[in-house]
Design a protein. Structure first.
Length: 713
């Protein structure tokens, strides 16, 4: 409401009107608005104006002291009697100089008591209508205006009734969309949370994923349809179903050849044969003792993987502290390479090889089991050197124990007497030696007759050397010829009881199954040693269990994939429901409050569309500094209800509260929002600034966190 052309803002005129109401019990009249408006324009403060009111005949006619001042303010401005404690409180503050008479009224206007605040603002609205009527030439009835103001309380109905008496309309009221905005914000926050949960699940992000990764996943998920979001999870279920079919078929095929019970019976039978062969039994005992040593070491120090990891971590810490780790380079390379393979394929026994193998870091006394670290560690701290040394010694002992098990297993595999079945027909037998390496520990054992004569020729490296050894063996009727890697052994006397047995290993390190040549046969049947038979039978049981475990693992994987699909389906539904709720809330803002656009105010943004009723949303943050809005009637800016209105002087606010100020800058208004309670008066102002283009401070209102342009009727 603009009564006449003056520089005083509407807020200042409202403050002046409040003084009239509080201390005269009536509205300002035409002469008063002209006089005091000019005084305000010239810089007279409201404290000075209030003091002059106190000295006026109109006031002193009914009031004589500060008690009367306070009681009059309560009765006239708030429409109720002041309590004795309230009077004593304000009189005390007035006498102490803590508050001025004008400040008392402003305290009433900013009170947390909604009834008192609404009552005073309603009285100001009605008083403005009386003043405007007086300025327009209407007669001004003081008694009638006092009666009208006395009838106004906190209700809109009392305002309407009072305005009807003066023939005025209620000033253009801006309805703040608090409820609608709250609904929208809640829906938008729920949508954001649902999208993040969906994006994390769809992209399989860890809990500690970076903000950038989460943001990228959310941006992508927001562009996808329901089917697109679920396609990967559905494909996983289909894939797992195929995997379980394959695993189940493989198990069924194996059982069709030999049942689980038959495999178990084979182990029992093989163990019985070992028990009946003293050499095999002795070798098995040695193997079991070696395995027990490893088991005890594992119980005390962890698995091969744990031992290797402990050494690696100790070496890394040692190196990072400046220690010399060059001696450990082979181990570090082996460890890092092993970590690149799938967990199921890891064999950390091989990673330990660089520790105690020939020329390695650790020497282990085979008798005492004590380990000695060969290199002298330099650098870092004594504690870190000790940690590396201790971890290396544990790894060295583990590697030696593993090697003992391998050696004992090889010895067990070759221990005992093979069983040879000899058909009584003459023939020849070919032995293909391709891929056989006897250079390291191979041997040729030749048994003549029933085994009474045994000749061993070691270190054979070629097929020709094998043939020469057979032909040079006295008492053996067989003769041998060579073609490439194949040695052909023939017997001129069918039924002769001479046996040729080859023992060695393939170049891959796999033990060679003993081969035999028996003259007088067209098909040689050789049963391996009892130890090898038992190891094979045990391995067959292990292989069968692997097939059983594979089925169980695939069933677990399928259940997990199905659970993931169910979870993702629920997250997708939650997100799309939340997105729909947000859209509905936005539509409600348009339908219920006439809001045609919702705009977020970001740092350095310049927003606002002409002739469009927009709701601008500001959220205070560390990275916000300033923004510009083209603001007009119908627009609203929501800054949050944590702020109190501090007026138009940003240096005269309440240093104990967060405040918003409207500061006129030419034809624009700077909305200054304090970042701290003392923000406006800090050495470097701690405020966020939003410039509203094309409005005056006197046109603006602040209510429930909303800034609006108020149009008068």
């Amino acid at each position: 409401m603009e009564f006449y052309k003056m520089a005083a803002s509407q807020e200042q005129l409202n403050q002046l009107q409040g003084l009239y109401i509080a201390y005269f019990g009536r509205p300002n009249d035409a002469a008063g608005i002209e006089y005091w408006g000019a005084e305000i324009d010239s810089g007279v403060s409201f404290d000075e104006i209030a003091n002059r009111f106190m000295e006026s005949d109109e006031f002193t006619a009914s009031s004589s002291d500060l008690n009367d001042v306070v009681r009059a303010a309560y009765t006239n401005a708030l429409g109720r009697d002041a309590g004795d404690e309230e009077v004593a409180y304000w009189v005390g503050r007035l006498e102490a100089g803590d508050v001025s008479v004008a400040g008392l009224l402003e305290a009433f206007r900013s009170t947390d008591d909604a009834t008192d605040s609404a009552t005073l603002e309603n009285k100001i609205t009605v008083a403005n209508a009386y003043t405007e009527a007086a300025v327009s030439g209407a007669g001004f009835d003081v008694a009638a205006s006092k009666t009208a103001l006395a009838s106004v309380d906190e209700t809109p109905e009392s305002v309407a009734a009072a305005l009807e008496e003066v023939g005025a309309e209620v000033p253009g009221e801006v309805v703040t969309p608090t409820e609608g905005l709250n609904t929208y914000v809640e829906a938008a926050e729920a949508e954001e949370a649902a999208l993040e949960a969906l994006a994390r699940a769809a992209a399989d992000l860890e809990e500690d994923a970076t903000e950038a990764d989460v943001s990228a996943a959310m941006t992508f998920a927001a562009t996808q349809t329901r089917d697109q979001l679920l396609s990967a999870a559905r494909a996983d279920v289909t894939s797992e179903e195929k995997q379980i079919q394959g695993a189940t078929a493989a198990l069924a095929s194996a059982r069709a050849v030999e049942s689980d019970a038959e495999l178990s019976a084979a182990v029992t039978a093989a163990q019985r044969e070992v028990n009946n062969d003293s050499a095999a039994r002795t070798a098995q005992t040695a193997l079991q003792e070696a395995e027990s040593e490893v088991a005890a070491h594992v119980a005390a120090n962890g698995s091969d993987e744990a031992v290797a990891a402990a050494l690696y971590e100790a070496v890394v810490a040692f190196g990072q502290a400046g220690g010399n780790v060059s001696s450990f380079s082979s181990f570090v390379s082996a460890y890092q390479a092993e970590l690149l393979v799938e967990a199921d394929d890891q064999d950390f026994a091989l990673v330990l090889d660089p520790i105690a193998e020939s020329g390695g870091l650790v020497t282990v006394n085979p008798t005492t089991g004590q380990a000695t670290l060969n290199p002298t560690l330099t650098g870092a701290t004594a504690a870190l050197r000790t940690a590396v040394s201790d971890a290396a010694k544990v790894a060295g002992v583990r590697d030696q124990l593993n090697d003992v098990v391998v050696s004992a297993e090889n010895a067990f595999a070759s221990a005992g007497t093979p069983v040879v079945t000899t058909p009584a027909t003459s023939a020849e037998q070919s032995i293909n030696l391709a891929g056989v390496n006897f250079a390291s520990d191979g041997a040729l054992s030749v048994d003549v007759g029933t085994g009474a004569t045994s000749v061993t020729v070691a270190n054979l490296t070629t097929a020709q050397e094998v043939a020469d050894a057979i032909n040079a063996t006295t008492g053996l009727e067989n003769t041998a010829t060579v073609s490439g890697d194949v040695v052909t052994v023939t017997s001129p006397t069918p039924g002769a009881a001479s046996v040729v047995t080859l023992v060695g290993e393939l170049t891959s390190g796999t033990a060679l199954t003993p081969s035999a040549v028996v003259p007088g046969s067209d098909a040689i049947t050789v049963t391996p040693t009892p130890g090898q038979v038992l190891l094979d039978a045990q391995q067959a049981v292990v292989d069968r269990q692997d097939l059983v475990d594979a089925v169980a693992d695939e069933q677990t994987d399928l259940a997990d994939a199905q659970a993931d699909l169910v979870e993702l389906t629920a997250l997708v539904s939650t997100y799309f429901d939340a997105r729909e709720a947000t859209a509905e809330a936005l539509e409600a803002l348009a339908e219920d409050y006439g809001i045609e656009g919702l705009v977020e105010v970001a740092n350095s943004s310049n927003v606002g569309v002409a002739n469009t009723d927009e709701l601008f949303l500001f959220s205070q943050s560390d990275d916000f500094n300033s923004a510009v809005i083209s603001f007009e009637a119908g627009d609203q800016l929501y800054v949050g209800d944590k702020f109190a209105f501090g007026g138009t002087d940003a240096t005269a606010g309440d240093n104990s509260a967060l405040e918003v100020f409207f500061v006129q800058r030419g034809g624009n208004v700077e909305v200054r929002l304090e970042e701290s309670a003392f923000g406006s008066n800090a050495a470097t102002p701690e405020v966020d600034v939003i410039t509203l283009v094309g409005v005056n401070a006197g046109q603006l209102s602040f209510n429930d966190g909303f800034i609006s342009v108020v149009e008068t009727a």
